[in-house]
Design a protein around this ligand. Structure first.
Ligand SMILES: [Cu+2]
Length: 251
């Protein structure tokens, strides 16, 4: 996996690693058991069908049950708790004062991103709209609302260990926080058509001050472009970047 640069990705990695340890231990036990059986029973006697004793069946079921309980049980309990506390805890992210909110519009085959702009309100002419170019300040909690205009896509940030299906007709959410400056891949993790492989974007993690300057400049530019378009006879409905929605508070 690519390096983890998120605040909570280590939780996912820890879960994968501990599962890998369990599976490795089981694999070694199985191999040793099979090797022992082959050596012990090789040609020394003829194979024969054997109905196991009640005790034998109980031992096998007990062992299988214990494996299931420990390996799958750990996966289930840990992931359920962490989804509730962190990854799907959108209420806390929405309440935090410095949360960065972004609307993502997926389509074949690109990611549009929308920021509220200088007025702090979505779906207004000063919104900052980008194509395959998402920028966030380092260390801030980022809350996304994701929509699709055509087919199923999946917003995937491998370096942040988060992934969320984007479903036509509904708005899904995703939260993450970055802890390292850099440029990271945004991928689509659902096969969404012939050019699915091209559906990639960049997530740039910036110093907060630089991010604020960028957002302000882009918002001013958006207003200028909007007014120019109107002067040139475009109606607001004709302007391509007019796909936003009011930030949905109750999802
Ligand atoms: Cu896609």
């Amino acid at each position: 996996m690519p390096p983890d640069v998120s605040a909570h990705g280590y939780r996912i990695d820890a879960l994968i690693n501990i599962t890998l340890v369990f599976v490795t231990i089981l694999f070694v036990i199985m191999c040793a058991w099979m090797a022992y059986s082959c050596l012990r029973h090789g040609r020394s006697h003829r194979a024969r069908y054997d109905r196991a004793s009640r005790r034998g069946i109980a031992v096998v079921l007990g062992f299988a049950g214990a494996v299931f309980f420990v390996v799958d049980g750990n996966l289930f309990v840990t992931s359920t708790l962490e989804l509730k506390r962190i990854f799907w805890n959108f209420a806390d992210a929405d309440r935090a004062p410095d949360t960065v909110r972004i609307e993502i519009n997926a389509h074949q085959w690109a990611w549009d991103a929308r920021y509220a702009g200088n007025d702090g309100t979505f779906n207004t002419p000063d919104d900052v709209v980008t194509l395959n170019d998402i920028r966030v300040p380092v260390d801030a909690v980022v809350l996304l609302q994701l929509a699709s205009v055509d087919v199923l896509h999946s917003f995937y940030l491998p370096n942040f260990r988060v992934k969320q299906d984007v479903v036509p007709g509904s708005i899904n959410r995703l939260r993450f926080a970055s802890r390292k400056l850099g440029v990271y891949e945004v991928g689509c993790a659902q096969h969404c058509g012939a050019n699915h492989y091209k559906m990639r974007g960049e997530l740039t993690v910036m110093p907060p001050a630089e991010f604020a300057v960028w957002l302000k400049e882009q918002s001013d530019e958006a207003v200028r472009v909007h007014e120019e378009a109107l002067r040139n006879g475009f109606t607001p409905q004709m302007i391509e970047r007019q796909w936003g929605w009011s930030w949905s508070e109750n999802l």
